[in-house]
Write a protein that binds this ligand. Sequence first.
Ligand code: HEC
Ligand code: HEC
Ligand code: HEC
Ligand code: HEC
Ligand code: HEC
Ligand code: HEC
Ligand code: HEC
Ligand code: HEC
Ligand code: HEC
Ligand code: HEC
Length: 368
Amino acid sequence: MEHTLRVFASIACAILLLQGVARAESFDVAQPASKSGQADPHQGADRLFGEIRTYLAATDTGAVSRPRDPASGVLAAASDPPASGSSARAPSYIDPGVCAGCHTQEAQNWAHTTHAKVFTLNPRNALEGQQCQACHGPASEHLRNPLNKTTIIRFTHNGGTPIAQQNAQCLTCHRGGQRIFWSGSAHEGRDVACSDCHNPQANFSARGLTAKRSINETCFQCHATQRAEFRRRSHMPLPEGQISCTDCHNPHGSTTRPLLKANSVNEICYGCHAEKRGPFLFDHAPVRDSCTNCHAPHGSNHEKLLVTAAPLLCQQCHIQPGHDALLMTRGNMAGSSFPDVRLLGRACANCHSQIHGSNSPAGARLQR
Ligand code: HEC
Ligand code: HEC
Ligand code: HEC
Ligand code: HEC
Ligand code: HEC
Ligand code: HEC
Ligand code: HEC
Ligand code: HEC
Ligand code: HEC
Ligand code: HEC
């Protein structure tokens, strides 16, 4: 539906554009020259934009959070009066108490939520005072014809209301704040709806009105890969409920990919692992660059979330001639006749224990 509208809108625009250009040309021919020898360049363009605006108003692009024409299901233009003689009626708000008459269960569930408390006890403006209709939109046409899907804004899957319109409805009150970068974010771009993560219809969680009991379960609905990663033998205590995805990510959008809450990976990690921030007398370059050079943030089957086992981890970068570059032989493996210290236990870190940086005057090689 939404897609069809967009296609229609772009075709309409293209036609208008061509017509406009043609008209602007004929305009030049018909009135060849003013005194200065120039035709008024604005007149044709004004008319053209006026027409485009009228068409756009009938699409999502031009009509964020405007009521819909209940007959056609098309978004009504803000300034368009309802076409006289047609059966179309602009929906209007009805007494907020009426919904509970038919939707008893929904009204009871909703009554315990933050929204209900604010909207019924202390509405800050007229829209909040509309209660259910603050989200679901004016309901007069819904009362006339509840079975027609276009008479009310539905947030349920396959409810028929375009996702952009659903989200715009929430954003009338929740623009800005954490959602300042919502527009253009990975989730917005993939048509994820506010209601995929939030269910304001009832309290399913202790806070945040999340759709599932916890933030993590809410994310796991779609991110099965990350859920599996957090099941690996080394992981931060997320499945145990100590931290959540939103400690590191802002699902509403961010300037740092992928939806990170801070300006860099390291800044996020320093938030909890402050001792890794330094400053150090001797830095280890890859640590300053990014913790993800060596650690997998969601989990790993190696010790300490490492992306690969030491000494290979270190040998990815340290290949200069010397003890660090020597390939370990089978005879050096743990349990063989000549076990090599570089393969046992913490491997290279047996000696280079200050791998994140050293503050010892003699710590240039990160051993102390
Ligand atoms: C006269 C009874 C009646 C009243 C009053 C009423 N509704 Fe409904 N509503 C219905 C019926 C019946 C349906 C089921 C339509 C369907 O399943 O397609 C419905 C469906 C809905 C849906 C769509 C549910 C979904 O599956 O997504 C929403 C949202 C809704 N109503 C909200 C409201 C709100 C808000 C009010 C008050 C402003 C209200 N209704 C008042 C009868 C009513
Ligand atoms: C803060 C916005 C908001 C308010 C206020 C609100 N709803 Fe909803 N409603 C939603 C969302 C979002 C959903 C979709 C929930 C989901 O994911 O299934 C929904 C779903 C519904 C449904 C579909 C059935 C269901 O439970 O999923 C009905 C019916 C409904 N609402 C009626 C009402 C009524 C009646 C009120 C007032 C008593 C109300 N809503 C208040 C946002 C709201
Ligand atoms: C008419 C204004 C309005 C609309 C529309 C609205 N909200 Fe709210 N919302 C509020 C107010 C007011 C609060 C409570 C005070 C606050 O946090 O600012 C709130 C709180 C919330 C909270 C935090 C709840 C908590 O317990 O911490 C969430 C999540 C939320 N809204 C999601 C939504 C979603 C999703 C939609 C759309 C389906 C929506 N809101 C539509 C006004 C609105
Ligand atoms: C991908 C999942 C996801 C989507 C999509 C999403 N949210 Fe949230 N939102 C969350 C989570 C998780 C929290 C809880 C954050 C916390 O408690 O740390 C939250 C918190 C909130 C809060 C309360 C905190 C605050 O910022 O005041 C509001 C309000 C809110 N969301 C509104 C929205 C609106 C409006 C949309 C749609 C434009 C939306 N959310 C889309 C996951 C999501
Ligand atoms: C309804 C499904 C859905 C839910 C629920 C959901 N996501 Fe997503 N998420 C997506 C989709 C789709 C993408 C885009 C994937 C792509 O483009 O490869 C995405 C991408 C992401 C990305 C990567 C962004 C990037 O720039 O590559 C992060 C991080 C993310 N989601 C975090 C979260 C968090 C945290 C939650 C829970 C609060 C959550 N998601 C809940 C569907 C979802
Ligand atoms: C400790 C911080 C942290 C936590 C907790 C966390 N992430 Fe991430 N996540 C990251 C970092 C850092 C990256 C970037 C990885 C990179 O650049 O290699 C990332 C990347 C992602 C991506 C992009 C694809 C990928 O795997 O690189 C998605 C999707 C994602 N996270 C989802 C989630 C979800 C869902 C949760 C909760 C179950 C979660 N993350 C918890 C730090 C975290
Ligand atoms: C919200 C707080 C938080 C953030 C942010 C955070 N961590 Fe952690 N991290 C923890 C906790 C809690 C533990 C478990 C500590 C314990 O068990 O003693 C942990 C443990 C670890 C461990 C040791 C794992 C093991 O198996 O012993 C590593 C490595 C680690 N984190 C790396 C990172 C990296 C890299 C980042 C940034 C992408 C990061 N952490 C961000 C809280 C956090
Ligand atoms: C050059 C690779 C490398 C980089 C980059 C790196 N680490 Fe580590 N990290 C390690 C190794 C190796 C261990 C295991 C050390 C051991 O066995 O004593 C470790 C262990 C840890 C531990 C658990 C043990 C402890 O020291 O508390 C945490 C937490 C940790 N790293 C956090 C971080 C953070 C945060 C960053 C980014 C600022 C980071 N690491 C960057 C290699 C690295
Ligand atoms: C991503 C690449 C990378 C990884 C992985 C890495 N390092 Fe480094 N390391 C460097 C760079 C770059 C320097 C700085 C070299 C310089 O200043 O000449 C350095 C410096 C060092 C130094 C100081 C030596 C000197 O010449 O100043 C030691 C010791 C060291 N690394 C040990 C390790 C160990 C042990 C590991 C595995 C736990 C490791 N490194 C993993 C890139 C890496
Ligand atoms: C038995 C202790 C020990 C082990 C195990 C060890 N190193 Fe060293 N490493 C040292 C000492 C001591 C120095 C300092 C030599 C110097 O100052 O001249 C050093 C120096 C270095 C240097 C600085 C450049 C150089 O060659 O002088 C790098 C890089 C390095 N080690 C990497 C590694 C890597 C990678 C591993 C694991 C494969 C490793 N080391 C295992 C003790 C060790």
